[in-house]
Design a protein around this ligand. Sequence first.
Ligand code: ARG
Length: 483
Amino acid sequence: MSTNQLDKKSEAWSALFSEPMSDLVKRYTASVFFDKRLWQADIEGSLAHAGMLAAQGIITAADLEAIERGMAQIRAEIEDGSFEWKLDLEDVHLNIEARLTQLVGDAGKRLHTGRSRNDQVATDVRLWLRGEIDLIVPLLEELQTALVDVAEQNIDVILPGFTHLQVAQPVSFAHHLLAYVEMFSRDAERFADVRRRTNRLPLGSAALAGTTYPLDRALVARKLGMVDAQGEPQICQNSLDGVSDRDFAIEFTAAASLCMVHISRLSEELILWMSQNFGFVKIADRFTTGSSIMPQKKNPDVPELARGKTGRVVGHLMGLITLMKGQPLAYNKDNQEDKEPLFDTVDTLKDTLRIFVEMVGGQPDAATGAKSGGITVNAQAMEAAAQKGYATATDLADYLVKKGLPFRDAHETVAHAVKAASSHNCDLSELPLTVLQSFNPSIEKDVYEALSLRGSLNARNTLGGTAPAQVRAQIARHRSRLG
Ligand code: ARG
C-alpha cells in the first residue's frame, strides 16, 4: 500500500471492495468528529504498544524512534490546530495512523502489528475515562468542602426538617447540608471504585482472539499506568471480553447518574428555599436570570437546569446499557455509539460540579483567597418556619416518656395538646403550664426547655443526630478526611 493511498479509508484496509461508500454511509459510519477527542489517549496507547513491540524485537529501535518522532509532530499539529481530520478516514485511530505513515513511512505501517482497532479503541476509551475520573473526584471533594464551609457557619441555625414535605422536627441547617456531603462522598467512593475496573488493559486482545506475536502485555500495562495499588499490571484476561464489553462505561454513567440525582435533590431544595414562600436562602445573582415580562422575578435557572440535566445523564445510562444488551461476542460496531453518551455525561457532570462549587461556596478573592458570593442564609426565616407546624411535638412525647408514660400513650396525649394549641392558633410552647398539665399532671416547668427549638436539637445527641455537638464532630471528621 503506498503512503498516499491511506488518504481514503476504503483503501486503508483492503483491495477487496468493489465500490466506494456513498457520502451518506461515510457520514453515518464515521466517528472522527466526536472521537477525535480521544487523540491523546490514542497516541499514548500507540506509543506504549510501539515501545513494547521494540522491546520484544518485533519492530526495530529505528522504527520505534520514527514512530515517536512522527507522534510528536502529530501531537504538535493537533495542539496548534493544523492537523487535518478526514471524514474519509472514519475515526481518530485511522486518522492518526494515516498521518503517521505519511510522516515516517513504513515504520508507521508497522505500528499496527499485533493490534486491532478493536483493542485499540477499548484501550483509548479506558485511558480517557480514567483521566476524566481523576478530574471528577477532586471536583466532588471541592463541592464537599464548600458545603462543609457553609455548614460550619450555620451550626446554630435551625430550620424545619421535613418528612413528606410536612414540618417534622427542627434540624440544624449545618446538619441538613452535611447530609449532602455524605451523598457526595459516596459518589466519590463510587467513582474511585469504577476507576479500578476502568484501569485495565485490553491491548493484546487484538481483533478478538489474541495475537500470534510475542507481545508483553504487562509491559504495556505498566507503561500506561494500568496497575493496581501494589503496582501489579491490570490486564483484561480474556481477549473476547477485552475488546467487547463496555461495562466500565456503563458503571461510570450509573455512578454519574447517582451523583446527578444527588445534585438534583440539592437543586430542588435550593429552588424551594429560594421561593418567596420559604425565603430561606439566596444564591448569587449570576446564577439566576430575570423574566422578560415580570420585572420582579429572579429565577433559579442554574439549579433548575442541573435538575433538568440529571434526566439527560440518566438517559445516557439507559442508552449505554441498551447498547450493550443483545450484542454477541465480540466487538460490534454498535460500540462506536458508546462515545457520545459517555462524553456528554462527563461534560455535563464536570460543568455541573464546577458551577455548584462556586454557587454554594462562592469565589475566592484573588489576593486573600477568602471566598465570597456563595449561598446566603436567612436564619430568621428558617427559624420562624421551624416555629410553625409543631416541630417539637415529638419532644413533648419524649418528655412524657421520661416521666414514665409508655410512648404510645405519650403520643396520644401530645396529639390532644397539639389539637388544643392549634385551636388557639399558637405553638405548644405558648400554652400555659396549667393547660399543659391538664393533659398530664406530671408536666412541670422544665417542659418549656424541651419544647424549645434549641432544646429539641440539643436533645438529639446520638451519633449522626442533629445536636450541635454531633454536627461539630461530623464537621471535624469531614475536615480531616477532605484535607
Ligand atoms: N471507531 C470504532 C469504534 O469506535 C473503532 C473500532 C472499529 N473497529 C472495527 N472493526 N470497525 O468502536
